[in-house]
Design a binder for this molecule. Structure first.
Ligand code: HEM
Length: 524
Protein backbone atom coordinates (compact mmCIF):
# COMPACT_ATOMS: atom_id res chain seq x y z
CA UNK A 1 0.00 0.00 0.00
CA UNK A 2 1.42 3.40 -0.90
CA UNK A 3 1.86 6.07 1.71
CA UNK A 4 -0.93 8.19 0.28
CA UNK A 5 -3.46 5.33 0.02
CA UNK A 6 -6.99 6.40 0.64
CA UNK A 7 -7.75 5.88 4.28
CA UNK A 8 -8.54 2.26 5.15
CA UNK A 9 -7.80 0.79 1.70
CA UNK A 10 -5.50 -2.15 2.37
CA UNK A 11 -5.44 -3.52 -1.19
CA UNK A 12 -2.08 -3.87 -2.96
CA UNK A 13 -1.19 -1.37 -5.64
CA UNK A 14 -1.61 -2.19 -9.37
CA UNK A 15 1.69 -2.18 -11.29
CA UNK A 16 2.79 -2.79 -14.84
CA UNK A 17 5.12 -5.70 -15.71
CA UNK A 18 8.16 -3.49 -15.01
CA UNK A 19 6.97 -3.07 -11.44
CA UNK A 20 6.04 0.58 -11.92
CA UNK A 21 2.96 1.65 -9.94
CA UNK A 22 -0.02 2.54 -12.12
CA UNK A 23 -1.48 5.87 -11.05
CA UNK A 24 -4.32 6.08 -13.55
CA UNK A 25 -5.74 2.97 -15.18
CA UNK A 26 -8.79 4.75 -16.63
CA UNK A 27 -7.28 7.46 -18.87
CA UNK A 28 -4.50 7.44 -21.46
CA UNK A 29 -2.00 10.31 -21.49
CA UNK A 30 -3.32 12.91 -23.95
CA UNK A 31 -2.71 16.51 -24.90
CA UNK A 32 -5.69 18.10 -23.26
CA UNK A 33 -8.67 16.09 -22.09
CA UNK A 34 -9.96 15.51 -25.67
CA UNK A 35 -6.64 14.25 -27.15
CA UNK A 36 -4.66 13.64 -29.24
CA UNK A 37 -2.91 10.77 -27.44
CA UNK A 38 0.88 10.76 -27.10
CA UNK A 39 3.20 7.99 -28.27
CA UNK A 40 5.28 7.84 -25.11
CA UNK A 41 2.26 6.38 -23.36
CA UNK A 42 4.34 3.41 -22.07
CA UNK A 43 1.75 2.11 -19.65
CA UNK A 44 -1.05 2.11 -22.22
CA UNK A 45 1.11 0.67 -25.03
CA UNK A 46 2.35 -2.17 -22.83
CA UNK A 47 -1.13 -2.97 -21.65
CA UNK A 48 -2.75 -3.05 -25.06
CA UNK A 49 0.08 -4.76 -26.89
CA UNK A 50 0.16 -7.54 -24.31
CA UNK A 51 -3.59 -7.89 -24.67
CA UNK A 52 -3.16 -8.10 -28.47
CA UNK A 53 -1.01 -11.17 -27.88
CA UNK A 54 -3.18 -12.93 -25.29
CA UNK A 55 -4.12 -15.84 -27.52
CA UNK A 56 -1.76 -18.53 -28.69
CA UNK A 57 -3.02 -20.63 -31.62
CA UNK A 58 -5.49 -23.19 -30.38
CA UNK A 59 -4.62 -26.85 -30.87
CA UNK A 60 -5.33 -27.93 -34.45
CA UNK A 61 -7.23 -30.88 -32.94
CA UNK A 62 -8.44 -31.33 -29.33
CA UNK A 63 -8.73 -27.54 -28.91
CA UNK A 64 -11.49 -27.79 -26.29
CA UNK A 65 -10.45 -29.45 -23.07
CA UNK A 66 -9.92 -29.38 -19.33
CA UNK A 67 -6.98 -30.34 -17.14
CA UNK A 68 -6.82 -31.76 -13.63
CA UNK A 69 -4.02 -32.98 -11.39
CA UNK A 70 -3.58 -35.93 -9.03
CA UNK A 71 -1.55 -39.07 -8.62
CA UNK A 72 -1.06 -42.56 -10.00
CA UNK A 73 -0.58 -45.39 -7.51
CA UNK A 74 1.11 -48.58 -8.68
CA UNK A 75 0.06 -52.11 -7.67
CA UNK A 76 3.55 -53.52 -8.37
CA UNK A 77 2.13 -56.58 -10.13
CA UNK A 78 0.45 -57.55 -13.37
CA UNK A 79 -1.74 -60.64 -13.59
CA UNK A 80 -0.42 -61.86 -10.22
CA UNK A 81 3.24 -61.63 -11.24
CA UNK A 82 5.81 -58.99 -10.32
CA UNK A 83 5.51 -56.37 -13.04
CA UNK A 84 9.32 -56.32 -13.36
CA UNK A 85 8.98 -59.49 -15.44
CA UNK A 86 7.60 -57.27 -18.25
CA UNK A 87 8.82 -53.71 -17.63
CA UNK A 88 11.57 -52.07 -15.63
CA UNK A 89 9.74 -48.68 -15.65
CA UNK A 90 10.26 -47.48 -12.08
CA UNK A 91 6.82 -45.95 -11.59
CA UNK A 92 5.14 -49.39 -11.82
CA UNK A 93 7.48 -51.45 -9.62
CA UNK A 94 6.40 -51.08 -6.00
CA UNK A 95 2.89 -51.47 -4.60
CA UNK A 96 1.67 -48.15 -3.23
CA UNK A 97 4.27 -46.05 -5.01
CA UNK A 98 2.77 -42.73 -6.11
CA UNK A 99 3.59 -40.59 -9.15
CA UNK A 100 2.19 -37.08 -9.75
CA UNK A 101 0.00 -36.78 -12.83
CA UNK A 102 -1.67 -34.13 -14.97
CA UNK A 103 -4.58 -35.19 -17.17
CA UNK A 104 -6.18 -33.27 -20.02
CA UNK A 105 -9.53 -34.43 -21.37
CA UNK A 106 -10.76 -32.99 -24.64
CA UNK A 107 -13.06 -33.20 -27.61
CA UNK A 108 -11.40 -33.49 -31.02
CA UNK A 109 -12.92 -31.57 -33.90
CA UNK A 110 -14.44 -28.44 -32.35
CA UNK A 111 -12.69 -25.15 -31.61
CA UNK A 112 -11.56 -23.89 -28.22
CA UNK A 113 -15.04 -22.69 -27.17
CA UNK A 114 -17.10 -25.44 -28.83
CA UNK A 115 -19.62 -27.70 -27.10
CA UNK A 116 -18.36 -30.46 -24.84
CA UNK A 117 -21.56 -32.41 -25.43
CA UNK A 118 -20.70 -32.86 -29.12
CA UNK A 119 -20.67 -36.24 -30.86
CA UNK A 120 -16.92 -36.67 -31.11
CA UNK A 121 -14.22 -38.93 -29.65
CA UNK A 122 -12.77 -37.64 -26.38
CA UNK A 123 -9.05 -37.19 -25.77
CA UNK A 124 -7.60 -38.71 -22.59
CA UNK A 125 -4.00 -37.52 -22.18
CA UNK A 126 -2.02 -38.32 -19.02
CA UNK A 127 1.34 -36.85 -18.04
CA UNK A 128 3.21 -38.83 -15.38
CA UNK A 129 5.91 -36.74 -13.65
CA UNK A 130 8.24 -39.67 -12.86
CA UNK A 131 11.70 -39.62 -11.30
CA UNK A 132 13.08 -40.67 -14.70
CA UNK A 133 11.43 -37.69 -16.40
CA UNK A 134 7.97 -37.37 -17.87
CA UNK A 135 5.86 -40.07 -19.48
CA UNK A 136 2.86 -39.04 -21.58
CA UNK A 137 0.11 -41.52 -22.42
CA UNK A 138 -1.97 -39.73 -25.07
CA UNK A 139 -5.14 -41.64 -25.79
CA UNK A 140 -8.87 -41.50 -26.40
CA UNK A 141 -12.10 -42.88 -24.90
CA UNK A 142 -12.98 -45.34 -27.66
CA UNK A 143 -9.98 -47.67 -27.97
CA UNK A 144 -9.60 -47.51 -31.75
CA UNK A 145 -9.00 -44.81 -34.37
CA UNK A 146 -10.29 -43.78 -37.81
CA UNK A 147 -7.12 -44.55 -39.80
CA UNK A 148 -4.06 -46.76 -39.50
CA UNK A 149 -1.47 -44.69 -41.37
CA UNK A 150 -0.41 -41.25 -40.12
CA UNK A 151 -0.23 -39.88 -43.66
CA UNK A 152 -4.06 -39.83 -43.71
CA UNK A 153 -4.42 -37.76 -40.53
CA UNK A 154 -4.77 -34.27 -42.09
CA UNK A 155 -7.45 -35.67 -44.44
CA UNK A 156 -9.55 -37.40 -41.80
CA UNK A 157 -9.43 -34.26 -39.67
CA UNK A 158 -10.28 -31.95 -42.59
CA UNK A 159 -13.32 -34.13 -43.31
CA UNK A 160 -14.56 -33.44 -39.76
CA UNK A 161 -13.69 -29.74 -39.60
CA UNK A 162 -16.09 -27.01 -40.77
CA UNK A 163 -16.75 -26.55 -44.47
CA UNK A 164 -14.01 -24.23 -45.75
CA UNK A 165 -16.52 -22.16 -47.76
CA UNK A 166 -19.51 -21.78 -45.43
CA UNK A 167 -17.75 -22.72 -42.16
CA UNK A 168 -20.73 -24.93 -41.31
CA UNK A 169 -19.72 -27.46 -38.66
CA UNK A 170 -19.31 -31.23 -39.12
CA UNK A 171 -21.30 -31.85 -42.26
CA UNK A 172 -22.21 -35.55 -42.66
CA UNK A 173 -21.61 -35.32 -46.41
CA UNK A 174 -17.95 -34.46 -45.79
CA UNK A 175 -17.46 -36.83 -42.84
CA UNK A 176 -18.99 -39.82 -44.63
CA UNK A 177 -17.48 -39.02 -48.00
CA UNK A 178 -14.06 -39.64 -46.43
CA UNK A 179 -15.37 -42.65 -44.47
CA UNK A 180 -16.95 -44.16 -47.60
CA UNK A 181 -13.53 -44.07 -49.26
CA UNK A 182 -11.67 -45.20 -46.09
CA UNK A 183 -13.40 -48.35 -44.80
CA UNK A 184 -10.79 -48.75 -42.05
CA UNK A 185 -12.74 -45.98 -40.26
CA UNK A 186 -15.93 -48.08 -40.00
CA UNK A 187 -15.11 -49.57 -36.59
CA UNK A 188 -14.44 -46.10 -35.13
CA UNK A 189 -17.56 -44.55 -36.67
CA UNK A 190 -19.63 -47.44 -35.28
CA UNK A 191 -18.47 -46.30 -31.84
CA UNK A 192 -18.71 -42.55 -32.49
CA UNK A 193 -22.31 -42.77 -33.76
CA UNK A 194 -23.42 -45.03 -30.91
CA UNK A 195 -24.00 -43.76 -27.35
CA UNK A 196 -20.27 -43.71 -26.53
CA UNK A 197 -19.88 -40.91 -29.06
CA UNK A 198 -21.25 -38.53 -26.41
CA UNK A 199 -19.95 -39.36 -22.90
CA UNK A 200 -22.08 -37.95 -20.07
CA UNK A 201 -18.95 -36.35 -18.59
CA UNK A 202 -15.18 -36.73 -18.59
CA UNK A 203 -15.55 -38.68 -15.31
CA UNK A 204 -17.75 -41.29 -16.94
CA UNK A 205 -15.57 -42.31 -19.85
CA UNK A 206 -12.98 -44.99 -20.43
CA UNK A 207 -9.52 -44.18 -21.71
CA UNK A 208 -7.24 -46.13 -24.02
CA UNK A 209 -3.69 -45.64 -25.25
CA UNK A 210 -5.12 -46.97 -28.58
CA UNK A 211 -1.75 -47.46 -30.29
CA UNK A 212 0.37 -50.47 -29.41
CA UNK A 213 3.48 -49.77 -27.31
CA UNK A 214 6.22 -51.98 -25.88
CA UNK A 215 7.37 -52.76 -22.39
CA UNK A 216 11.05 -53.54 -21.80
CA UNK A 217 12.31 -55.54 -18.79
CA UNK A 218 15.73 -55.50 -17.10
CA UNK A 219 17.11 -58.07 -19.55
CA UNK A 220 15.96 -55.93 -22.48
CA UNK A 221 13.19 -58.37 -23.48
CA UNK A 222 10.13 -56.69 -24.97
CA UNK A 223 6.35 -57.28 -24.76
CA UNK A 224 3.61 -55.56 -26.78
CA UNK A 225 1.20 -53.59 -24.59
CA UNK A 226 -2.11 -51.77 -24.89
CA UNK A 227 -3.36 -49.48 -22.12
CA UNK A 228 -6.92 -49.17 -20.75
CA UNK A 229 -8.29 -46.68 -18.17
CA UNK A 230 -11.46 -47.93 -16.45
CA UNK A 231 -13.53 -45.26 -14.65
CA UNK A 232 -14.60 -46.08 -11.10
CA UNK A 233 -17.75 -43.99 -11.66
CA UNK A 234 -18.74 -46.31 -14.55
CA UNK A 235 -19.36 -45.45 -18.19
CA UNK A 236 -22.31 -43.15 -18.87
CA UNK A 237 -23.32 -41.58 -22.14
CA UNK A 238 -25.86 -39.12 -23.52
CA UNK A 239 -28.31 -39.63 -26.35
CA UNK A 240 -28.38 -37.00 -29.09
CA UNK A 241 -31.53 -35.49 -27.53
CA UNK A 242 -30.02 -35.32 -24.03
CA UNK A 243 -26.87 -33.74 -25.44
CA UNK A 244 -28.90 -31.13 -27.34
CA UNK A 245 -30.58 -30.13 -24.08
CA UNK A 246 -27.23 -29.88 -22.24
CA UNK A 247 -25.52 -27.74 -24.87
CA UNK A 248 -28.54 -25.46 -25.19
CA UNK A 249 -27.51 -23.82 -21.92
CA UNK A 250 -23.87 -24.83 -21.28
CA UNK A 251 -21.12 -25.45 -23.82
CA UNK A 252 -18.53 -26.31 -21.18
CA UNK A 253 -20.61 -28.95 -19.40
CA UNK A 254 -17.80 -31.52 -19.05
CA UNK A 255 -15.24 -29.04 -17.69
CA UNK A 256 -17.77 -27.75 -15.18
CA UNK A 257 -18.68 -31.29 -14.11
CA UNK A 258 -15.00 -32.17 -13.60
CA UNK A 259 -14.15 -29.08 -11.56
CA UNK A 260 -17.39 -29.26 -9.52
CA UNK A 261 -16.69 -32.92 -8.64
CA UNK A 262 -13.15 -32.11 -7.51
CA UNK A 263 -14.34 -29.10 -5.50
CA UNK A 264 -16.87 -31.22 -3.55
CA UNK A 265 -14.25 -33.91 -2.83
CA UNK A 266 -15.73 -36.46 -5.23
CA UNK A 267 -12.35 -37.21 -6.77
CA UNK A 268 -12.55 -39.03 -10.10
CA UNK A 269 -10.66 -42.30 -10.25
CA UNK A 270 -9.61 -44.74 -12.98
CA UNK A 271 -7.88 -48.12 -12.85
CA UNK A 272 -5.08 -48.64 -15.36
CA UNK A 273 -5.17 -52.07 -17.01
CA UNK A 274 -2.92 -53.48 -19.69
CA UNK A 275 -3.25 -56.12 -22.38
CA UNK A 276 0.01 -57.92 -23.07
CA UNK A 277 1.15 -59.91 -26.10
CA UNK A 278 4.46 -61.52 -27.06
CA UNK A 279 6.48 -59.17 -29.23
CA UNK A 280 6.24 -60.55 -32.77
CA UNK A 281 3.85 -60.20 -35.68
CA UNK A 282 1.44 -63.02 -34.69
CA UNK A 283 0.72 -64.61 -38.06
CA UNK A 284 -1.94 -66.78 -36.38
CA UNK A 285 -4.23 -63.73 -35.95
CA UNK A 286 -6.41 -62.47 -38.78
CA UNK A 287 -5.72 -58.89 -37.67
CA UNK A 288 -2.47 -57.09 -37.03
CA UNK A 289 -1.57 -56.30 -33.41
CA UNK A 290 -0.12 -52.96 -34.60
CA UNK A 291 -3.37 -51.90 -36.33
CA UNK A 292 -5.04 -49.15 -34.30
CA UNK A 293 -8.41 -49.69 -36.02
CA UNK A 294 -8.63 -53.00 -34.13
CA UNK A 295 -9.04 -53.96 -30.50
CA UNK A 296 -7.38 -57.01 -28.98
CA UNK A 297 -10.20 -59.40 -27.96
CA UNK A 298 -10.42 -59.37 -24.17
CA UNK A 299 -11.01 -63.12 -23.65
CA UNK A 300 -7.72 -63.84 -25.39
CA UNK A 301 -5.83 -60.83 -24.00
CA UNK A 302 -7.41 -59.97 -20.65
CA UNK A 303 -6.86 -56.40 -19.39
CA UNK A 304 -4.76 -56.77 -16.21
CA UNK A 305 -4.77 -54.09 -13.48
CA UNK A 306 -1.46 -52.33 -12.79
CA UNK A 307 -2.48 -49.25 -10.79
CA UNK A 308 -5.05 -46.55 -10.18
CA UNK A 309 -5.22 -42.81 -10.79
CA UNK A 310 -7.03 -40.22 -8.68
CA UNK A 311 -7.61 -36.60 -9.74
CA UNK A 312 -7.96 -34.24 -6.79
CA UNK A 313 -6.84 -30.78 -7.96
CA UNK A 314 -8.15 -28.38 -10.58
CA UNK A 315 -5.76 -25.92 -12.25
CA UNK A 316 -5.12 -22.58 -10.60
CA UNK A 317 -4.88 -21.02 -14.03
CA UNK A 318 -6.58 -22.42 -17.10
CA UNK A 319 -4.26 -20.83 -19.66
CA UNK A 320 -0.99 -21.77 -17.94
CA UNK A 321 -1.97 -25.31 -17.08
CA UNK A 322 -4.50 -26.41 -19.70
CA UNK A 323 -3.93 -24.27 -22.77
CA UNK A 324 -0.15 -24.55 -22.54
CA UNK A 325 0.16 -28.13 -21.35
CA UNK A 326 1.81 -30.25 -24.04
CA UNK A 327 1.56 -34.03 -24.42
CA UNK A 328 3.25 -36.25 -26.96
CA UNK A 329 3.60 -39.91 -27.81
CA UNK A 330 7.40 -39.62 -27.92
CA UNK A 331 7.55 -38.80 -24.23
CA UNK A 332 8.51 -42.18 -22.73
CA UNK A 333 10.69 -43.27 -19.81
CA UNK A 334 13.10 -46.16 -19.37
CA UNK A 335 11.20 -49.47 -19.53
CA UNK A 336 8.58 -48.14 -22.00
CA UNK A 337 9.13 -48.09 -25.75
CA UNK A 338 7.47 -47.59 -29.14
CA UNK A 339 6.16 -50.35 -31.32
CA UNK A 340 6.44 -50.16 -35.11
CA UNK A 341 2.78 -49.06 -35.36
CA UNK A 342 2.89 -46.60 -38.29
CA UNK A 343 0.38 -44.28 -36.65
CA UNK A 344 2.36 -44.10 -33.45
CA UNK A 345 5.55 -43.18 -35.27
CA UNK A 346 3.68 -40.52 -37.29
CA UNK A 347 2.05 -39.08 -34.18
CA UNK A 348 5.36 -38.84 -32.39
CA UNK A 349 6.63 -36.21 -34.83
CA UNK A 350 3.34 -34.26 -34.92
CA UNK A 351 2.95 -33.47 -31.22
CA UNK A 352 6.19 -31.69 -30.41
CA UNK A 353 6.17 -30.08 -33.86
CA UNK A 354 2.73 -28.60 -33.07
CA UNK A 355 3.84 -27.48 -29.62
CA UNK A 356 6.96 -25.69 -30.81
CA UNK A 357 4.68 -23.74 -33.16
CA UNK A 358 1.71 -23.31 -30.80
CA UNK A 359 3.41 -22.62 -27.48
CA UNK A 360 6.99 -21.86 -28.55
CA UNK A 361 10.38 -23.60 -28.76
CA UNK A 362 10.84 -23.46 -25.00
CA UNK A 363 7.46 -25.00 -24.13
CA UNK A 364 9.22 -27.63 -22.02
CA UNK A 365 10.45 -24.93 -19.61
CA UNK A 366 6.88 -24.07 -18.55
CA UNK A 367 6.13 -25.46 -15.08
CA UNK A 368 3.27 -27.69 -16.26
CA UNK A 369 5.46 -29.31 -18.94
CA UNK A 370 8.82 -29.45 -17.14
CA UNK A 371 9.70 -32.79 -15.52
CA UNK A 372 8.79 -31.83 -11.96
CA UNK A 373 10.42 -34.89 -10.38
CA UNK A 374 13.59 -35.24 -12.48
CA UNK A 375 16.60 -33.00 -12.98
CA UNK A 376 17.11 -31.29 -16.35
CA UNK A 377 20.69 -30.66 -17.43
CA UNK A 378 20.94 -29.97 -21.11
CA UNK A 379 23.15 -28.17 -23.59
CA UNK A 380 20.10 -26.93 -25.46
CA UNK A 381 20.32 -23.16 -25.30
CA UNK A 382 18.32 -19.99 -25.81
CA UNK A 383 15.38 -19.61 -28.21
CA UNK A 384 12.31 -17.40 -27.83
CA UNK A 385 11.21 -16.98 -24.21
CA UNK A 386 14.08 -19.02 -22.77
CA UNK A 387 13.50 -18.92 -19.04
CA UNK A 388 15.55 -21.49 -17.18
CA UNK A 389 19.33 -21.55 -17.33
CA UNK A 390 20.22 -25.23 -17.40
CA UNK A 391 23.40 -26.03 -15.52
CA UNK A 392 26.02 -27.22 -18.00
CA UNK A 393 28.32 -28.71 -15.36
CA UNK A 394 30.99 -27.12 -13.19
CA UNK A 395 32.30 -24.98 -16.07
CA UNK A 396 29.32 -23.01 -17.38
CA UNK A 397 31.22 -22.14 -20.59
CA UNK A 398 31.02 -25.75 -21.77
CA UNK A 399 27.73 -25.92 -23.65
CA UNK A 400 28.65 -28.93 -25.75
CA UNK A 401 29.39 -32.61 -25.28
CA UNK A 402 31.79 -34.43 -25.48
CA UNK A 403 34.52 -32.41 -23.84
CA UNK A 404 37.82 -33.34 -22.21
CA UNK A 405 37.61 -30.24 -20.01
CA UNK A 406 34.40 -31.03 -18.12
CA UNK A 407 30.76 -30.32 -18.85
CA UNK A 408 28.09 -33.00 -18.81
CA UNK A 409 28.56 -36.72 -19.45
CA UNK A 410 26.30 -39.36 -20.94
CA UNK A 411 24.38 -41.52 -18.50
CA UNK A 412 25.55 -45.14 -18.46
CA UNK A 413 22.91 -47.28 -20.10
CA UNK A 414 21.61 -49.10 -17.05
CA UNK A 415 20.67 -52.33 -18.74
CA UNK A 416 21.32 -54.27 -21.88
CA UNK A 417 19.94 -52.98 -25.16
CA UNK A 418 16.33 -53.57 -26.12
CA UNK A 419 15.90 -57.10 -27.49
CA UNK A 420 12.83 -57.03 -29.71
CA UNK A 421 12.38 -59.06 -32.87
CA UNK A 422 14.68 -58.30 -35.80
CA UNK A 423 12.97 -56.68 -38.71
CA UNK A 424 13.92 -56.54 -42.37
CA UNK A 425 12.00 -55.49 -45.46
CA UNK A 426 11.99 -53.59 -48.71
CA UNK A 427 11.58 -49.83 -48.66
CA UNK A 428 7.99 -49.42 -49.83
CA UNK A 429 4.67 -47.60 -49.56
CA UNK A 430 2.18 -50.34 -48.80
CA UNK A 431 -0.83 -51.16 -46.68
CA UNK A 432 -0.38 -53.67 -43.91
CA UNK A 433 -1.38 -57.15 -45.07
CA UNK A 434 -4.11 -58.04 -42.57
CA UNK A 435 -6.64 -55.21 -42.84
CA UNK A 436 -10.14 -56.76 -42.45
CA UNK A 437 -11.98 -53.46 -42.08
CA UNK A 438 -15.37 -55.07 -41.49
CA UNK A 439 -15.24 -57.91 -39.00
CA UNK A 440 -14.70 -55.97 -35.78
CA UNK A 441 -17.16 -53.26 -36.90
CA UNK A 442 -19.82 -55.95 -37.43
CA UNK A 443 -18.95 -57.69 -34.17
CA UNK A 444 -19.11 -54.34 -32.37
CA UNK A 445 -22.62 -53.81 -33.75
CA UNK A 446 -23.72 -57.21 -32.44
CA UNK A 447 -22.05 -56.65 -29.10
CA UNK A 448 -24.16 -53.52 -28.42
CA UNK A 449 -27.16 -53.78 -26.17
CA UNK A 450 -30.46 -53.37 -28.01
CA UNK A 451 -30.91 -49.72 -26.96
CA UNK A 452 -27.35 -48.94 -28.05
CA UNK A 453 -28.00 -50.51 -31.45
CA UNK A 454 -31.20 -48.46 -31.81
CA UNK A 455 -29.29 -45.29 -30.96
CA UNK A 456 -26.48 -46.11 -33.41
CA UNK A 457 -28.89 -46.97 -36.25
CA UNK A 458 -30.90 -43.79 -35.69
CA UNK A 459 -27.85 -41.51 -35.50
CA UNK A 460 -26.20 -43.04 -38.56
CA UNK A 461 -29.39 -42.98 -40.62
CA UNK A 462 -30.06 -39.33 -39.65
CA UNK A 463 -26.56 -38.39 -40.80
CA UNK A 464 -26.53 -40.49 -43.97
CA UNK A 465 -29.92 -39.12 -45.00
CA UNK A 466 -28.17 -35.75 -45.34
CA UNK A 467 -25.43 -37.12 -47.62
CA UNK A 468 -25.24 -37.29 -51.42
CA UNK A 469 -26.66 -40.53 -52.82
CA UNK A 470 -23.20 -41.70 -53.92
CA UNK A 471 -21.90 -41.35 -50.34
CA UNK A 472 -25.03 -42.91 -48.80
CA UNK A 473 -24.90 -45.94 -51.09
CA UNK A 474 -21.21 -46.61 -50.48
CA UNK A 475 -21.62 -46.27 -46.70
CA UNK A 476 -24.60 -48.62 -46.73
CA UNK A 477 -22.57 -51.11 -48.76
CA UNK A 478 -19.85 -50.98 -46.09
CA UNK A 479 -22.45 -51.57 -43.37
CA UNK A 480 -23.75 -54.66 -45.19
CA UNK A 481 -20.15 -55.83 -45.57
CA UNK A 482 -19.72 -55.53 -41.79
CA UNK A 483 -22.94 -57.23 -40.75
CA UNK A 484 -26.24 -57.95 -42.51
CA UNK A 485 -28.42 -56.65 -39.70
CA UNK A 486 -26.35 -53.47 -39.47
CA UNK A 487 -26.90 -52.70 -43.16
CA UNK A 488 -30.52 -53.82 -43.14
CA UNK A 489 -31.55 -51.69 -40.16
CA UNK A 490 -29.81 -48.49 -41.29
CA UNK A 491 -31.08 -49.18 -44.84
CA UNK A 492 -34.68 -49.50 -43.62
CA UNK A 493 -34.52 -46.00 -42.17
CA UNK A 494 -33.10 -44.70 -45.44
CA UNK A 495 -35.68 -46.54 -47.55
CA UNK A 496 -32.93 -48.69 -49.09
CA UNK A 497 -32.07 -52.40 -49.22
CA UNK A 498 -29.02 -54.47 -50.10
CA UNK A 499 -30.32 -54.58 -53.70
CA UNK A 500 -29.84 -50.81 -53.94
CA UNK A 501 -26.10 -51.13 -53.30
CA UNK A 502 -25.16 -54.45 -54.92
CA UNK A 503 -24.02 -52.63 -58.06
CA UNK A 504 -21.07 -51.35 -55.97
CA UNK A 505 -19.68 -54.85 -55.50
CA UNK A 506 -20.60 -58.33 -54.30
CA UNK A 507 -21.96 -58.54 -50.76
CA UNK A 508 -21.30 -61.58 -48.59
CA UNK A 509 -24.41 -63.70 -48.46
CA UNK A 510 -24.39 -64.35 -44.74
CA UNK A 511 -25.21 -63.39 -41.25
CA UNK A 512 -22.08 -63.75 -39.03
CA UNK A 513 -20.88 -67.34 -38.66
CA UNK A 514 -20.96 -69.07 -35.27
CA UNK A 515 -17.22 -68.45 -34.89
CA UNK A 516 -17.69 -64.75 -35.66
CA UNK A 517 -20.53 -64.42 -33.17
CA UNK A 518 -18.41 -66.11 -30.51
CA UNK A 519 -15.68 -63.59 -31.12
CA UNK A 520 -18.20 -60.79 -30.93
CA UNK A 521 -18.77 -61.56 -27.27
CA UNK A 522 -15.10 -60.88 -26.73
CA UNK A 523 -14.26 -57.38 -27.93
CA UNK A 524 -14.54 -55.53 -24.65
C1 HEM B 1 -3.62 -33.67 -29.96
C2 HEM B 1 -1.68 -35.11 -34.13
C3 HEM B 1 -3.75 -39.42 -33.69
C4 HEM B 1 -5.06 -38.24 -29.22
C5 HEM B 1 -2.98 -33.66 -31.17
C6 HEM B 1 -2.29 -32.53 -31.72
C7 HEM B 1 -1.73 -32.94 -32.88
C8 HEM B 1 -2.08 -34.32 -33.07
C9 HEM B 1 -0.89 -32.10 -33.82
C10 HEM B 1 -2.21 -31.15 -31.10
C11 HEM B 1 -1.05 -31.11 -30.14
C12 HEM B 1 -0.88 -29.75 -29.51
O1 HEM B 1 -1.05 -28.74 -30.18
O2 HEM B 1 -0.53 -29.72 -28.29
C13 HEM B 1 -2.06 -36.39 -34.34
C14 HEM B 1 -1.67 -37.19 -35.49
C15 HEM B 1 -2.28 -38.39 -35.37
C16 HEM B 1 -3.03 -38.37 -34.14
C17 HEM B 1 -0.75 -36.71 -36.60
C18 HEM B 1 -2.24 -39.57 -36.27
C19 HEM B 1 -1.26 -39.83 -37.06
C20 HEM B 1 -4.26 -39.50 -32.44
C21 HEM B 1 -4.79 -40.68 -31.83
C22 HEM B 1 -5.17 -40.33 -30.58
C23 HEM B 1 -4.86 -38.94 -30.38
C24 HEM B 1 -4.86 -42.06 -32.48
C25 HEM B 1 -5.76 -41.19 -29.52
C26 HEM B 1 -5.24 -42.33 -29.21
C27 HEM B 1 -4.77 -36.92 -29.05
C28 HEM B 1 -5.06 -36.18 -27.84
C29 HEM B 1 -4.66 -34.87 -28.06
C30 HEM B 1 -4.13 -34.81 -29.39
C31 HEM B 1 -5.67 -36.74 -26.57
C32 HEM B 1 -4.82 -33.69 -27.11
C33 HEM B 1 -3.66 -33.62 -26.13
C34 HEM B 1 -3.91 -32.49 -25.16
O3 HEM B 1 -4.87 -32.62 -24.38
O4 HEM B 1 -3.19 -31.50 -25.20
N1 HEM B 1 -2.84 -34.75 -32.00
N2 HEM B 1 -2.86 -37.14 -33.54
N3 HEM B 1 -4.32 -38.46 -31.52
N4 HEM B 1 -4.20 -36.07 -29.96
FE1 HEM B 1 -3.53 -36.61 -31.74
Amino acid sequence: MTANAPHGDTRAVLTNRQGHPVHDNQNQRTVGSRGPATLENYQYLEKISHFDRERVPERVVHARGATAFGHFEAYGTVGGEPIARYTRAKLFQTAGRRTDVAVRFSTVAGGRDSSEAARDPRGFAVKFYTEDGNWDLVGNNLGVFFIRDAIKFPDVIHSQKPDPVTFERQIPNRVFDFAAASPESLHMYTLVFGPRGIPASYRHQQGFGVNTYKWVNAEGATTLVKYHWVPKAGVKSLTAEQAARVQAHELGSHTKDLYDAIARGDHPEWELRVQLMDDHDHPELDWDPLDDTKVWPENDYPPLPVGRMVLDRAPENFFAQSEQIAFGTGVLVDGLDFSDDKMLVGRTFAYSDAQRYRVGPNYLQLPVNAPANAAVRTNQRDGAMAYAVDPGGSDPSITYEPSVRGGLREAPYPHEDVQGPEISGRLTRARIERTDDYRQAGERFLLCEEWERDDLVRNLADALARCDRVVRERMLWHLFMAEDEYGRRVGEKLGMTADDVRHLGPLPDRPLSEEESRRAANLG
